[in-house]
Ligand binder design. Sequence first.
Ligand SMILES: C[S@@+](CC[C@H](N)C(=O)[O-])C[C@H]1O[C@@H](n2cnc3c(N)ncnc32)[C@H](O)[C@@H]1O
Length: 473
Amino acid sequence: MTPPPRRPGRPRQGHRAGRRPRPQLDGARLTAYDVLDAVSSRAAYANLLLPQLLRERQLDQRDAAFTTQLAYGALRAQGTLDEVLTGLVSRPLAELDPRVLDLLRLGAYQLLDLRVPAHAAVDTTVDLTRAIVGTGASGLVNAVLRKVAAGGDRVAWLDRLAGDADGADGDRRLALATDHPGWIVAAWREALDAGDPSGAPELEAALLADDAAPEVHLVARRLARDRLAEESGGTPGPWSPYAVRLAGGDPGKVPAVREGTAAVQDEGSQLAALLLTRAPLDGLDAAWLDMCAGPGGKAGLLAAVRPEGVRLTAADRSPHRAELVRAALGDAAGTEVVVADGRQPPWAPGSFDRVLLDAPCTGLGALRRRPEVRWRRTPADVPPLVELQTALLDGALASVRPGGVVAYVTCSPHTAETVGVVEAAAARDDVEVLPVAPLFPEVPGVARGRYGQLWPHRHGTDAMFMALLRRTS
Ligand SMILES: C[S@@+](CC[C@H](N)C(=O)[O-])C[C@H]1O[C@@H](n2cnc3c(N)ncnc32)[C@H](O)[C@@H]1O
């Protein structure tokens, strides 16, 4: 086992240094706790912090895998774990010391989801509590976790929490069983058009797919896909002609990724960029715009696949993200990067033949990648984003010439951010909707009415939404 790392963390309370030898802390559990603590106390992103901690603390492979399982799992299951804990603590959870709450989540997750033997889960969490918070708190943690263990496994707890809910209330059971907030379950049901009970199996599959770790996908930008597959040990992706899917390993070690001729990019994002290129167009096809381009994933692919002579402008409101786009485009000829607010485009109206609007969104389509996001996002996040998306789509439609096309893309299947925004624009006299599915005949199950929708459970991609609009005059 790896020796326990020194913990940076917050100052400990209730522990007088020098009086008692510090218990031998479990490095994996301590690191997982530190991730939970950083997420709840300073809104850190686990997928950025965890790899950094694993590197710094040099956990061995087995401990690193256990840490990842613990940290991601407990963050993903947070809402369900909190429902279990709520009935076992005399105060509202929000009134607990946040460190104690995170420790309880960590312990309860081991008991309910990992089936770690009760004595190991409880004792290690009590040791952590004593070291991190103090002896007083360790009594509470001990008592509560023993009650969690006594309540049986996850199924027994779900039976108690959800009762025999069925029909519409079945969503509550589904929410608890798949670790999603109820509003996201309702949003998925709507997006899958799974309003009737026969849609339920797909709804469950869609929710479960959010709980599985995603494969790493690469995009071959400036080398043949077969060569990339060969040098990375991956296999060609099923949908994008540029995609390679990796079974494992560090993509940063693939020579083409290091050299910049390939990059990490979800296959769904590749299709979203390709949508722009596949749209039928009458007349001139010489100027493309990626209006929300940072950090440059789709712009990088567009730059690589555009026909000769096409000029690509990549814009972003954020100077920092525009800088990342510059790095992604490298020295590609016929490209320019501008810092611009797409709601008030600085270029002349109708300047472009094709415009990609990969709009800022809730990111609910990539829940697999960010375990804590489902609990951080709330329904109140949606309306301001819809307002921004609507204004950006207006800007995109103003930027395209009559006869030109706008691809509207989000990494969210939420109906308000997707169909809602596009239908409002499509009601204009000078806009027509072009069906997406015929442009992807090789991708089954992509049609969402006239629009396109990828799903992790159907396509093994993020849940990207795609729509295509043409300016008619
Ligand atoms: C979903 S991300 C784009 C991802 C990018 N297309 C890629 O594939 O790497 C949305 C981007 O929109 C930018 N953005 C937000 N509001 C904007 C605005 N009003 N005008 C232009 N860009 C904006 C954000 O800075 C962010 O980089």
